[in-house]
Ligand binder design. Structure first.
Ligand SMILES: *Cc1c(COP(=O)(O)O)cnc(C)c1O
Length: 376
């Protein structure tokens, strides 16, 4: 699915030189390398504040903790996402309210969002899934009308551009009150271990975010609030600062691979290629097809030909054991439930060769076109 070795081979001298410096300085936590990276990322995203933290799940938790929400407050999000998005809402004693997705973008359906708002709603957490952005202009309009916070889960869309009707362009993750991301190794900007970050343009929220991530400590051994411990280490900051220089190139490589797949699949009667929303770029964290046919048999047959594929995500969160007590049942989110059964993500990374792309796409077409007996 990814080729981290191939990517590392091209940047290993830079990473090793940076790591030598950290090893010699022994400034392992929050050292100069962390400051350098957070400044580079703030410049890249054109956002006022970037706080680094331990991982993407922590980033989401810290963001929600900084908003002073009260137990029982409702936070609207999607069910078609990685579990972290809903997990942190539940962990903080808030109520996750799941809304359905748009069948084309796979992201939060803004009409469903509007209908889910109650007097208890305090926050919206849209997810920019697969590298395609949610409709932030409409989401922000709805949020402003109802005086709600917006926390963007930008773990899959770092570097994506969102265009607004006034012509302005902003990076995904910098539009809501707070943006969160993950630098898990397979993400578009991946560390060599766990890492994450939180962005905001609001000075007061930035101060709260910093406090929450650092035990609530305002001055040494003085605690203004109950916080957590979530830090970025300097070795990871070196990796991230190095890779950030290549992020636009990495995104371009992904978009080229996606364009190859598109041409291969676009007129296929059983496959739907990823939609491109008119309001944003797609940075292809995943290249995800909708399959009209036996998706699981296709996955298995691909593996027999040496081709990995993944199902992101096979089970909708609102029907999982841990979340169903919030009051959901089968059929509540029909698009989400259908999409879970039809999606398949093909290998997508920065190092895909034309030969690999040709082999993968020819195999997919051959197998999906084959009669059922061959698939089994
Ligand atoms: C990866 C991911 C996360 C969690 O990030 P971690 O660094 O693994 O904690 C959260 N949300 C989404 C949508 C993700 O893809």
């Amino acid at each position: 699915m990814v080729d981290l070795k191939g990517q590392y081979a091209k940047i290993q001298d830079e990473i090793q030189a940076g790591w030598q410096e950290v090893l010699q300085s022994c400034a392992f936590i929050n050292g100069p390398a962390v400051k350098k990276f957070t400044q580079s990322l703030a410049d890249y995203l054109n956002v006022a504040h970037v706080t680094a933290c331990g991982n993407g799940t922590d980033a989401l938790q810290i963001a929600l903790m900084a908003l002073d929400l009260q137990p029982g407050d409702e936070v609207i999000t999607v069910s078609h996402t990685f579990v972290s998005t809903a997990e942190v809402i539940a962990l903080l004693g808030l109520k996750p309210v799941f809304v359905d997705i748009d069948p084309q973008t796979f992201n939060m359906d803004v009409n469903a969002l509007q209908q889910a708002i109650t007097p208890k709603t305090k926050c919206i957490v849209p997810v920019h899934l697969y590298g395609q952005c949610a409709d932030m202009e409409q989401i922000m309009n709805i949020a402003n009308q109802h005086d709600l916070y917006v926390v963007e889960d930008n773990a899959q869309a770092i570097g994506a551009d969102i265009r607004f009707s006034d012509g302005s362009i902003k990076k995904a993750g910098t539009i809501g009150h707070i943006g969160c991301t993950s630098f898990y190794p397979s993400k578009n900007l991946g560390a060599y271990g766990d890492a994450g970050a939180i962005f905001t343009n609001d000075d007061e929220l930035a101060r709260k975010i910093y406090l929450v991530a650092n035990h609530g400590q305002a001055k040494r051994y003085h605690y203004d609030l109950v916080g957590i411990n979530s830090r970025l280490d300097s070795l990871q900051a070196v990796v991230l600062d190095t890779k950030l220089k290549y992020l636009d190139q990495y995104i371009e490589n992904r978009q080229k691979a996606a364009a190859y797949y598109d041409v291969a699949f676009e007129n296929h009667p059983k496959l739907t290629i990823p939609y491109r929303a008119p309001y944003s770029s797609h940075v292809f964290h995943q290249y995800t097809l909708l399959v009209d046919g036996d998706r699981d048999a296709l996955k298995k047959a691909l593996l027999d030909k040496g081709i990995p594929s993944m199902i992101y995500y096979p089970y909708p969160l609102h029907l999982e054991k841990a979340y169903i007590h919030y009051g959901y049942q089968k059929g509540d989110l029909p698009i989400t439930e259908r999409v879970c059964q039809q999606v398949i993500s093909l290998p997508m990374h920065t190092e895909l060769s034309t030969k690999q792309l040709a082999y993968i796409s020819e195999s997919v077409k051959q197998l999906i076109g084959a009669p059922k007996t061959v698939l089994q």
